[in-house]
Design a protein around this ligand. Structure first.
Ligand code: SAH
Ligand code: SF4
Ligand code: F3S
Length: 440
């Protein structure tokens, strides 16, 4: 029996790519094992978004080798570092013999045959588009929530970002193929789907149906038996009002939008080549706030981009106060290879980046305390995720993607993961809500 181990780092697109890789390998007669020691084939699906992520790859590859000892394993690097570094990976980690980027996973069976027939170094780095969306062998990891890729790559050119290079140009999948997968997933018993892409709202149906993102989301929202449809990530430039209109009309479309702003300063947005101004971004926020539904809004922010002054940073702080985000991912700017920002010279010192990050995160914590306290007394439906032994609470997630921990009312039957329960919120913290399940 041939065995493989896979470890995944990075965004949801990488997590879902690994599900496709696992399915493909299973189909080839490989079985997955829990540790690299047990495996004949050790795969690492990598992320290159910040320098730390990339460094971790080479460190981890070293660890794998040390743990494995001398017996001949095959090591493979997948994902964004594979695409970015290509054959250079063989120099930096000579024990690696397979380097494959995200557009080439359907080629894995043939690449593995090459290795078995004695080739020492094999690569799959073409960004060719033909079968990027082949999903026949996907082996989903989460039994309750299913990912569907609707668009690959990115045609934007944000000055700091490696993704256009590591994932190639934008390619949308046909709406029939997306809907067919959604129906299949629903028939398999899933009730929640998350549509994935680096920029889902740049989606352009290449088939005659010619759907835009809002139309596609609407169509997926009509698939029988689905209760929750989510999507990530959106780019403000391509974020149109029909997305909010679709949410207003169909409660299956979850009331949560992740809309990365990156900075609150027009000057910095311009230097980042983000293609929108602060005002244009805020107009989109206004659409959400004017919706009939209470839409949770989350974002990504980079501090310390080249040339960011105290005043620029102040504007970011003012923006987060104004929007009152439900949650935020924030990062120190990290210089990346082959990105337009490499030409910029006004670097912000690391200590200053750290200082700004701390201030930003503290401010956001206060906002979340305030926002979450508003939920006390409200009733929300959650999808049950698991029982937390340590706290004695069930963990659930609301449509807005908030974690809501709960206990059961007197005599209530224990739920199973994937089931839905109504919960009344009784307490709140900066990162989660707590409450008690009630009868519907
Ligand atoms: N496609 C998504 C973002 C994908 S990357 C979008 O456009 O919104 C996820 C987040 O990582 C980005 O939103 C950004 O905040 C952060 N990021 C990307 N490149 C970075 C870099 N070089 N340094 C620090 N953070 C970065
Ligand atoms: Fe990167 Fe910008 Fe594309 Fe997002 S939109 S993946 S930040 S280049
Ligand atoms: Fe990382 Fe690649 Fe995703 S760089 S964030 S794994 S697209």
């Amino acid at each position: 029996m041939r065995t493989f181990y896979i470890e995944t780092f990075g965004c949801q697109m990488n997590v879902h790519d690994s599900e496709k890789v696992i399915g493909t390998l299973n189909q080839q007669g490989y079985s997955q094992v829990e540790t690299p020691e047990e495996a004949e084939l050790v795969l690492y699906n990598t992320c290159s978004i910040r320098d730390k992520a990339e460094q971790k790859v080479f460190h981890r590859l070293d660890q794998f080798k040390k743990a494995a000892g001398k017996n001949g394993k095959v090591y493979g690097v997948l994902g964004c570092v594979a695409q970015q570094e290509g054959e250079r990976i063989f120099d930096r980690a000579p024990h690696v013999s397979l380097v494959v980027g995200s557009a080439s996973y359907t080629k894995l069976p043939e690449l593995l045959v090459q290795i078995e027939s004695g080739e020492r170094r094999v690569t799959g780095l073409s960004l060719d588009t033909e079968d990027t969306f082949e999903t026949a062998y996907t082996r989903r990891d989460n039994p309750n929530k299913a990912y569907i890729t609707i668009i690959e790559g990115c045609d934007k050119a944000c000055a700091y970002c490696v993704v256009p290079m590591t994932r190639g140009p934008e390619r949308s999948r046909t709406s029939e193929s997306v809907l067919e997968e959604a129906r299949k997933i629903a028939a398999d018993g899933y009730t929640e789907i998350q549509l994935l892409g680096q920029n889902v709202n740049s989606y352009r149906d290449p088939s005659p149906a010619g759907m835009n993102f809002a139309q596609l989301m609407n169509a997926v929202g009509q698939v029988p038996c689905l209760r929750r449809v989510r999507f990530t990530t959106s780019h403000p430039r391509a974020f149109t009002k029909d997305i909010i209109d679709a949410m207003d009309e169909n409660p299956v479309l979850c009331n949560h939008v992740h809309l990365p702003v990156q900075s609150g300063s027009d000057r910095v947005l311009h230097a980042m080549q983000r293609l929108y101004t602060r005002d244009e971004y805020l107009r989109r926020i206004e659409w959400m706030k004017n919706s009939r539904r209470n839409i949770a809004i989350t974002t990504d922010i980079i501090v310390g981009f080249c040339g960011e002054t105290d005043e620029d940073f102040e504007q970011t702080l003012r923006l987060i106060e104004e929007v009152e985000y439900d949650s935020m991912f924030s990062f120190k700017y990290s210089q990346r290879p082959n990105t337009p920002a490499l030409g910029l010279t006004e670097h912000v010192p690391e200590e200053e980046k750290s200082r700004r990050l701390t201030i930003l995160q503290e401010k956001q914590r206060g906002i979340q305390m305030r926002r979450n306290a508003e939920y006390i007394g409200e009733r929300h439906e959650v999808m049950v995720e698991y029982f937390n032994q340590a706290t004695g609470q069930w963990v659930g997630r609301t449509a807005q993607n908030k974690t809501l921990n709960f206990t059961l009312g007197e005599g209530m039957a224990e739920p199973r993961a994937g089931e839905y329960r109504d919960v009344v919120v009784t307490r709140s913290g900066p990162n989660s809500l707590a409450g008690e399940a009630v009868r519907v």
